[in-house]
Design a binder for this molecule. Sequence first.
Ligand code: SIN
Length: 518
Amino acid sequence: MFTDVLIIGTGISGLSFAIKLALNDPKISMVLISKDQVSEGNTKYAQGGIAVVSDFQKDSFQKHIKDTLIAGDGACDPEVVKFVVEEGKDRLEELINWGTQFDTQQENLHLVKEGGHSEKRVVHYKDHTGLHIQQALINKIKSFPNIKILENHTLVDLITDHHSSKKSNRCYGAYVISKEKESILKINAKITALCTGGNGSLYAHSTNPAIATGDGLGAAYRAKVHMDKLPYVQFHPTALFHQVNGNTFLITEAVRGAGAKLRNSLGERFMSKYDVRKELAPRDIVARAIQREIHKQKEKFVTLDCSDIDLETWEKRFPNIYETCLKLDINLPKDPIPVVPAAHYFCGGIQVNHKSESKLKGLYAIGECSSTGLHGANRLASNSLLEALVFSHRAALDVIIALKKTLPKKSFYEAIPEWIGDTYSNSVEIKEIRLLRLRLQEVMTNYLGIFKTTEGLKKADVEMFEIYKRVHEIYNQHKLTNGLCELRNMVSIAHLIIQQAQSITENKGVFYNQDYAK
Ligand code: SIN
């Protein structure tokens, strides 16, 4: 297969990047691959919304910039923060023009406050903003005949100089699994964009879907693409303590924005001991405070006291959370919601420039899998969908120019070999894979959680190396399976996180080593 642009991942980054390119030039051919159904991925589960300055009477770009820099704890790139905040409003308007609705109040966008924000500025659609955006983008994308969508196709490896006769430090597409054909396809592309989202499955409890296994980062690692800030893993303070259909369920920060209070098992509202902003302090501070309270008590959770939020608000504003809690016999607003922190967002990733291009030419990384400099050491709530929109726009403008330049001819791509090695099987079951995945998650959860220690990082390093070696032995002996492909990526990223974490010498944002505590 040969295409102008190969886009891997179909969340807000991949879809909006493809739409932008198609609107600019209907002749650009695109292949969009989705590991599952096109609708599945992190975007779908984003409850909160998009942080954008829109009420200029009360809010300003300066305030949003300042909030982002404070949350990022001195590690953001100020230039990036400035342009992302300033460009947000135009990107939001485009999203609305493409068919996305947001809640309104008296004809203005309804704005809410989340942790670390000094003003109400998060636009949302009830409490399932991401799902709604995802559906609107999927509807829009179907109108472009130059975009081919391949569902159930998983990235295996990027195609680089290593697979070709050239030494030009370029990416030439990717090898991907086709589950339907039970084989590994070569997709050559002039431009490749990784929009593969997060890596939450590295942890036992995560707000991400199970398919968030860091496939883009794993492939980038093997292609020797530079990645940074990987150990800055953000834990969302308030995931529901009970699992819902075997998954961790998020209680959006907007619930705290609407007035919910955190209480420990003694019923004390504890956040004022930790920060003057109380429940609306940035996430790193709230997550650590909750974890400390849990360590001190018998119960393995704290509670969100929602009694100040009236029933009408629950039904209208948070219907998804209201219904989910009801099914678990939690009657809102009367009953408190038991909550715990859970792995949520990776602030680091593939290092990219202001146009989202990585150091490997022709390879772009957009959204959570990238490291743009926006989030620093701790992402401000609801800045992630904003980042995805701004960088997919900037990347699209850059790609339009890049496609007009002299790029390798089609014959060059044709000479690149097909996948070498064992192919893929849907039916082979390698029992050990499941056990190794659980062991990996246990190591990450025990030693790379909210609180780390130098000793714990050393233990994690030793244990992860054992898992790494075993996964590679299995990889060399078996046909590729979906589980093996995922685990190969997970173990590479876990290994890198541990390596980078050991070289960090001060606590910042979400990174907290107890041995460095003052
Ligand atoms: C939330 O709704 O609390 C999550 C949104 C985000 O992670 O920005």
